[in-house]
Design a protein around this ligand. Structure first.
Ligand SMILES: [Zn+2]
Length: 153
């Protein structure tokens, strides 16, 4: 029970095998009188230590701790001096503006085309200004070569 190892040397063949399987993996030597007894022993062993909760009966060693591989790409890009555009809804607004601009390209009557072009242009510019000039500056307040001299290319 206190032995933390999940593997054991088989008394018959001497090779390492899972400790709580009733047969040796290498030569089928019967390590436990029955599978039920091996299972009960495994459950008692597992419950003796919360660190063993993730272990499985057929494991040879405890599973490793899960590794946190989350990466903050925005922070990483900032550190490397790479410019990322901010996550934003403004590209949708830009697309709506482009839609009206495209409608203005259809040969309707002159005034309808001018009205569509003005509406589309305003929406388009609003989106571009919001995305590039407002949100981008807010995300990179000091994104200039002077302050980033050591990583600037
Ligand atoms: Zn064996």
């Amino acid at each position: 029970m206190s032995n933390p190892s999940l593997s054991v040397e088989c008394p018959n063949c001497g090779l390492l095998t899972a400790r709580f399987l009733d047969h040796c993996r290498n030569d089928g030597y019967k390590l436990w009188p029955s599978s039920q007894m091996a299972s009960a022993a495994f459950k008692a062993w597992r419950d003796a230590d919360p660190a063993r909760a993730e272990a499985a009966r057929y494991d040879m060693e405890l599973p490793p701790e899960p590794i946190d591989i989350t990466v903050d790409y925005a922070a990483r890009a900032h550190q490397l001096g790479i410019h990322l555009f901010p996550n934003s809804n403004y590209p949708f607004i830009i697309c709506v503006g482009a839609f009206f601009l495209a409608l203005a390209a259809i040969p309707f009557s002159g005034t309808a085309r001018i009205v569509l072009a003005v509406i589309g242009g305003l929406i388009f510019l609003y989106g571009v200004v919001g995305w590039v000039l407002v949100e981008d500056v807010r995300m990179f307040p000091a994104d200039s070569p002077q302050t980033h001299g050591e990583v600037h290319h």
